[in-house]
Design a protein. Structure first.
Ligand SMILES: Nc1ncnc2c1ncn2[C@@H]1O[C@H](COP(=O)(O)OP(=O)(O)OP(=O)(O)O)[C@@H](O)[C@H]1O
Ligand SMILES: [Mg+2]
Length: 367
């Protein structure tokens, strides 16, 4: 049985990836908790609109800046906190504005960009891409936060693959022909727009009073000075993601669809040259102690009706355990026998420190 300790030793960044709803946020939080308990200064970056992490840590909410979780919250749950646990919930729009603030060469450009209608549209759209903003945040934490370990939770539902591609896509965007044309010194008015387009913009301004052309050109002029900064960030994060001190843990449940997605994701990781650390298989059903026949005398003791129900539940649980074991075996073979850490299905959701402490104990193999 593998302990997660073997998978994260000497690592500085752990990415918890996997398909929707399998327990990425739970795993990231429990991992952070466990590593912090052992003495590290850890930050868990979560992308958790449902605020489940904040709730399970007993907080109303987590902001866009790392917030230290009070160690006393863990006392009484078998976790002695020797290091520090910090956490944040990514706020994409805020992160994007912060990024612009960082990159803007001066106050005037910053104000010009922030007040620009095109920026306001674009920033909401780009900020909607959580992969992009997660990357920007990582860059910041890596550079400016003095953390020993960054644990990154990846976005729900959206394919974690987008996350892998984000740095390259960003760089590609700025090197692309479309944007380079916009950034050319002559600006929009001259070469790019034909005469008729220019007329259309003029008409638009006359009718609506909004000078689209002016907005667009001011925006791109201001942005032009920031391209190098964007590209440098994307490059650094790409390097960080493929660094030997980074590891990707694929989180999955032992059900059919997540297992297939885990296999696919593993292949993509390998193709992208990203370091794969191992699997966390969460919510595994364990075979019941009662296997087959009920213990002799049970029916007499609890009555026939209850004994029948016990037998039925035991049979159902055994079937689930068998199904999980088969899916797990398929997963192991497909990935060439990778390190696997198993976390059993709990009767309750993981919604508080106690639940997280349980998951932590299973991750470290000391449950
Ligand atoms: N081992 C477990 N036993 C029982 N419930 C669990 C277990 N692990 C996670 N859960 C529950 O499953 C739900 C989904 O977990 P979580 O939010 O961590 O998944 P996720 O992969 O981050 O989901 P999303 O893709 O939506 O972000 C939560 O309600 C959580 O409490
Ligand atoms: Mg999540």
């Amino acid at each position: 049985m593998t302990s997660v300790a073997d998978l994260i030793a000497d690592k500085r960044m752990i990415v918890c990836a996997g398909s929707g709803g399998v327990g990425k946020t739970t795993t990231a939080a429990a991992l952070g908790m466990g590593a912090a308990a052992l003495g590290a200064k850890v930050v868990v970056v979560t992308i958790d609109p449902a605020r489940r992490l904040a709730n399970s840590l007993g907080l109303r909410e987590l902001g866009n800046e790392p917030q230290r979780i009070d160690s006393s919250r863990f006392t009484g749950h078998g976790v002695e906190m020797r290091g520090e646990l910090w956490a944040l919930t990514l706020d994409p729009k805020r992160t994007f504005d912060d990024l612009i603030e960082d990159l803007a060469p001066d106050r005037r450009t910053l104000e010009e960009v922030l007040a620009n209608p095109i920026y306001q549209q674009l920033s909401s759209a780009v900020a909607g891409s959580q992969e992009f903003t997660a990357i920007a945040k990582l860059y910041d934490l890596d550079l400016h936060g003095d953390f020993d370990l960054l644990v990154l939770d990846t976005p729900p539902s959206r394919s974690a693959l987008d996350f892998l591609d984000a740095p390259a896509r960003l760089t590609g965007f700025f090197h692309g022909r479309g944007i380079m044309a916009f950034l050319r010194p002559a600006g929009l008015g001259g070469r790019i727009l034909g005469h008729s387009t220019g007329l259309a913009f003029a008409l638009l301004r006359k009718v609506t009073g909004v000078d689209v052309l002016e907005d667009v050109s001011v925006f791109f002029r201001a942005l032009g000075g920031m391209v190098d900064g964007f590209v440098a960030r994307a490059d650094r994060v790409a390097a960080l993601l493929s660094d030997p001190a980074t590891t990707f843990l694929i989180v999955t449940s032992p059900r059919h669809d997540p297992v297939e997605e885990a296999i696919f994701f593993h292949r993509r990781l390998r193709e992208a040259g990203m370091p794969f650390g191992g699997l966390v298989v969460n919510r595994v059903h364990e075979a019941p102690v009662i296997d087959g026949a009920l213990p002799p005398g049970l029916a007499e003791e609890v009555g026939d009706a209850l004994a029948t129900r016990v037998a039925t539940s035991a049979r159902e649980l055994a079937a689930l355990a068998t199904r999980d074991a088969a899916n797990l075996a398929h997963l192991c073979v497909s990935l060439g026998d990778p390190p696997i850490v198993i976390v059993p299905e709990r009767r309750d959701d993981v919604h508080d420190v106690e639940g997280l402490a349980h998951v932590r104990a299973h991750l470290w193999g000391d449950a």
